[in-house]
Design a protein around this ligand. Structure first.
Ligand code: B12
Length: 338
């Protein structure tokens, strides 16, 4: 199947003839606070604008897709395009069906040869995570790529919608975006205005990395009524010094672990952070963990991670002890309102 992508600007004239199609697509769109991905039909081709603002044009509405990150894979499945996915990177493990698919390598090295041999119509790449060299190689070999870069909640919505458009599954994508937005709004109205709790989110220990302004985990903290102590720092994953952390003295430290919030993961956090006894989070044992898959991937599942963090911050507000929190993980629907 012949495919190619071309800079959006050179597409503009061709797009003007199909404004009606675009208007219909926009009319169907759920109203959301971001610029809607654009899709248009041109001759026998179907063009969709990706998240690098490139018009990606395919001559099939049922493309064979390879995904190069766990996040992109989840977004494709959420967009209803799961049965279009023919191969993934080696870290993609959700949903379950993905585990049966061939893999084309993982971080840091992906096999360009394996990808080319599969003759995909499209390769979905994560521009902030996949290697620039691999992306350039694929493009120079004539493999069409669709760029995804999800920084915040609005980008999750945009990514699902545009992947649905490029895969020809926009109805499912629109429904999932609607569900995601409703769940997001519920959490927001329930938690965002509660008493602020200052939070340090540990991404990595050595070097010490956290989340900066506008990154999706920063969005999660705000959604729960928390205040990211590095929310004033630009850059998605800033490197910080321990002295600065001690000065900012967060009420809560949150880490992530594949196992989630268990006695072992909490012990690991406490053992490590106990070196700095003057931190109030250490003195009060306010250290929590969330499952990495539910917080490190900007996909609809992040709302499950968000719900856990909202409960953790709520436990801190109610001055519950850590063990009380674990014993009383109340479902959102049963938790007392403000
Ligand atoms: C920062 C970071 C992240 C950030 C990414 C930052 C961003 N741009 O949004 C976040 C928190 C989002 C993240 C997510 C994940 N990460 Co990560 N991440 C790191 C970390 C701590 C530092 C990377 C870095 O900044 N390097 C410095 C820069 C200069 O080098 P770089 O090569 O350009 O770095 C880029 C890549 O590392 C890329 N990246 C980060 N994680 C991953 C994961 C995959 C699968 C890919 C393809 C790329 C990638 O993002 C960086 C640039 O922003 C490393 C561990 C480490 N200390 O190296 C783990 C690490 C790279 N991540 C890893 C993993 C497994 C993941 C997740 C799959 C975890 C999960 N349970 O979901 C997700 C995938 C997210 C997705 N969208 O698919 C593994 C990679 C697998 C491996 N063992 O080889 C590492 C090595 C940690 C580990 N030892 O387990 N990660």
């Amino acid at each position: 199947m012949k495919t190619h992508s071309i800079p959006y600007k050179t597409q503009k004239n061709r797009l003007s003839g199909v404004m009606l199609v675009m208007a219909m697509a926009l009319a169907n769109a759920v109203s959301l606070p971001f610029s809607t991905a654009q899709a248009s039909e041109s001759d026998s081709q179907y063009c969709v604008t990706d998240m690098s603002d490139r018009a990606v044009c395919l001559d099939t509405r049922s493309p064979r897709i390879i995904s190069l990150s766990p996040g992109s894979t989840e977004l494709l499945f959420a967009a209803g395009a799961g049965d279009r996915v023919i191969a993934v990177d080696q870290h993609s493990d959700f949903p379950e069906a993905v585990k049966q698919l061939p893999n084309v390598g993982g971080y840091p090295s992906v096999s360009v040869e394996a990808i080319v041999a599969m003759k995909p119509d499209l390769v979905v790449v994560w521009t902030a995570g996949n290697s620039r060299k691999v992306i350039d190689q694929l493009e120079s070999l004539g493999v069409s790529t669709f760029h995804i870069d999800v920084v915040n909640f609005a980008d999750i919505q945009q990514a699902i919608r545009s992947l649905g458009q490029v895969a020809g599954t926009e109805k499912v994508a629109d429904r999932i975006v609607g569900d995601f937005t409703a769940r997001l709004n519920t959490l927001q109205s329930h938690y965002a205005q509660r008493d602020p709790v200052s939070v340090f989110f540990e991404i990595w220990r050595s070097p010490l990395l956290t989340v900066g302004n506008g990154q999706f985990i920063d969005d999660v903290i705000s959604l729960c009524g928390g205040r990211n102590i590095y929310g004033d720092v630009s850059g998605r994953i800033p490197k910080i010094g321990i002295e600065s952390l001690i000065t900012r003295d967060p009420q809560v430290i949150i880490g992530s672990d594949p196992k989630g919030d268990t006695p072992e993961t909490r012990k690991d956090l406490l053992d490590y952070w106990s070196q700095w006894q003057n931190l109030q989070a250490v003195q009060r044992h306010q250290l929590f963990s969330v499952p990495s898959d539910l917080i490190a991937r900007p996909t609809p599942r992040i709302l499950e991670g968000a719900e856990m963090i909202c409960h953790q911050l709520q436990a801190v507000r109610s001055k519950a002890s850590h063990s009380t929190y674990m014993a009383a993980q109340t479902p959102l629907s049963e938790e007392s309102p403000l």
